[in-house]
Design a protein around this ligand. Structure first.
Ligand code: SF4
Length: 300
């Protein structure tokens, strides 16, 4: 969307920001079930975006943690794009509920690869290392493929957990940064007794990876950047930092009420609005409308 406003500010929403296909598919799956009537329970928040969760809650989608499952009356439980460990499948089945599996196909494939690698590396007493956020839902699902024997590393501070004498297969959570994965690979090669014992699978999702170079270019083109994302979105944090690295006038908001009039005074020549893979298009449009309306007022 492009809109010209008083006197010369150009407001542009990045056409490549917004839901990735995995999140989009999960939300469409939830909406299709909600349209049939009744409530639906999602295991954990369906997307790391509070505004979108609010919108879906009004349609009957409620989220619960696995330990609170008994509080839900819904006979169906939706697994979100992040995926779940095998134990969640067993728990839901044991509770007599139907699973609506909206795991992203990319995550599903990664789970299968990790399971296969674990089966193989076990035979030579090796180890699986996952570069990711320790308590992130996707990582819990990935680690579950290895009976939670995988070593999760988030930074070099976790390297002591890795046995330097063992054959090692490294995977990454799909939303980690490419540069972080390269750093982790470098650290592991330096740390292992035999660097050739390391096999690396570059499993950052292309939907995320491709956005980094694109956003770098996008953020350079505008005087001010407003990045729209959920506070819990790991992808949002990574992509916002990408914007900030090339444009110091980048601001993070999770909703329109967080837009500061001081960012718009004096009125910038141009404002770029972008977001994470979990940011709904409608929210970026609301932000653009709010910016437009603030610019129309006499700002303090
Ligand atoms: S970022 Fe990639 S892996 Fe993650 S949900 Fe989206 S499409 Fe799937």
């Amino acid at each position: 969307m492009n809109a010209e406003r008083k006197p010369t500010t150009t407001i542009v929403i990045d056409a490549k920001s917004g839901f990735c296909f995995g999140v989009s598919k999960a939300i469409k799956t939830a909406e299709a079930h909600l349209q049939k009537g009744g409530e639906l329970t999602s295991l954990g928040d369906i997307v790391h975006n509070e505004e979108e969760i609010k919108r879906l809650r009004e349609k009957g989608l409620h989220s619960v943690g696995l330990s609170d499952l008994s509080t839900s009356n819904s006979p169906k439980v939706l697994f979100r794009a992040h995926g779940e460990p095998p134990s969640s499948y067993e728990t839901i089945k044991a509770a007599g509920k139907e699973i609506i599996d909206a795991t992203c196909p990319v995550v599903l494939k990664l789970q299968q690869r990790i399971f296969k690698a674990w089966q193989e590396i076990k035979m030579v007493k090796g180890q699986i290392v996952i570069y990711g956020k320790k308590n992130h839902a996707e990582v819990i699902g990935l680690s579950g493929q290895t009976n939670n024997e995988a070593i999760v590393v988030q930074s070099s501070a976790d390297l002591h957990l890795v046995d330097a004498s063992k054959k090692t297969i490294l995977f990454a959570q799909t939303t980690m940064s490419q540069s972080g994965l390269e750093e982790m690979e470098g650290w592991l090669r330096a740390h292992l007794h035999n660097p050739q014992d390391l096999t690396v699978h570059k499993t950052i999702c292309a939907q995320v990876g491709n956005r980094v170079p694109h956003l770098k270019e996008f953020a350079k083109q505008y005087q001010v950047i407003i990045f729209v994302g959920g506070r819990k979105s790991s992808n949002g944090k990574v992509l916002y930092e990408v914007c900030r690295s090339v444009n110091p006038h980048s601001h993070f908001v999770s909703g329109i009420e967080e837009i500061q009039p001081s960012w718009l005074n004096p009125a910038p020549a141009s404002i770029g609005i972008c977001g994470a893979t979990s940011t709904p298009q409608w929210l970026m449009e609301h932000v653009a409308e709010k910016v437009h309306s603030l610019l129309s007022q006499d700002l303090p």
